[in-house]
Design a protein around this ligand. Structure first.
Ligand code: GRF
Length: 192
C-alpha cells in the first residue's frame, strides 16, 4: 500500500498536531508530511519544525483563492488534509482536490454547539450555560457546510455539577488526544 501523506492545517497552539506527529512517527503506512498555517506566529509552526516536520505559512487571501495552496499540496504528494484547530471555512478548490479526504475535529457533540463562532472556549461556555448532561468531540469529514460533513466518530463525557469552561476544555482536550490519531489511522487505512 502506498504511504498516505497528510498535511495538517492549524492556526493555534497545536497540541493535537503535536499528538498526531508523535503517533504517526515511524508509522509504516501514514506520514505527517506538512503543517500549514494562516498565522505566521502560530505556536504550532515552531512545534512542528522542532519535531522535524516541514511547515508552510499562507495568507488568508491565498487560502480563499485556494489554487496555489492546492498546487503546493499536490507538489508535496499530499493525499489527506487534517484540520486541527483551523478556523476558516474550507473553500471549493480544496474540496474538489481532496474529495472526502479532509478531516476535522470539533470539541462538541455535533450537530450541537457547531457552526460559525462555535470554537474553543465559546463551545464549552455554551455547553455549561445550557446545562446539557454531556459533551464530547466529533471527528468528521469536511464538506461545503461548516461542521456538517459525515461523522467518522464521536466520543462523549458527562458534565459534572461544578464543571467550569476551563476544566471542561482540559477534559475535552484529553479526549481529543486519545482518539483523534487512531480514528485518522482507521479512516486512512480503510479508504486508501
Ligand atoms: C481543538 O479543541 C479542536 O477540537 C478544535 O481546535 C482545537 C485545537 O486545539 N478544532 P490545539 O491547537 O490542537 O491545542
Amino acid at each position: 500500500m502506498k504511504v498516505q501523506q497528510i498535511a495538517i492545517f492549524a492556526s493555534g497552539s497545536g497540541s493535537n498536531a503535536v499528538q498526531l506527529i508523535a503517533y504517526f512517527k515511524n508509522h509504516p503506512h501514514i506520514q505527517i508530511q506538512l503543517v500549514l498555517s494562516n498565522k505566521k506566529d502560530a505556536p504550532v509552526l515552531e512545534k512542528a519544525e522542532n519535531l522535524g516536520v516541514k511547515t508552510h505559512y499562507f495568507d488568508n487571501d491565498s487560502f480563499e483563492n485556494g489554487l496555489q495552496i492546492v498546487a503546493f499540496l499536490k507538489e508535496n504528494a499530499i493525499d489527506w488534509v487534517v484540520l486541527a484547530g483551523f478556523l476558516r471555512k474550507i473553500s471549493s478548490p480544496f474540496l474538489d482536490a481532496f474529495p472526502n479526504k479532509i478531516i476535522n475535529i470539533h470539541p462538541s457533540l455535533l450537530p450541537d454547539f457547531g457552526g460559525k463562532g462555535m470554537y474553543g472556549k465559546h463551545v464549552h461556555a455554551a455547553v455549561i450555560a445550557q446545562k446539557v448532561p454531556k459533551s464530547g468531540i466529533t471527528i468528521h469529514l469536511v464538506n461545503e457546510v461548516f461542521d456538517e460533513g459525515e461523522h467518522l466518530a464521536q466520543f462523549s463525557l458527562d458534565i459534572s455539577p461544578n464543571e467550569t469552561p476551563e476544566g471542561l476544555a482540559l477534559r475535552i482536550q484529553e479526549l481529543e488526544h486519545t482518539h483523534f490519531a487512531p480514528i485518522i489511522e482507521q479512516t486512512l487505512l480503510q479508504h486508501a
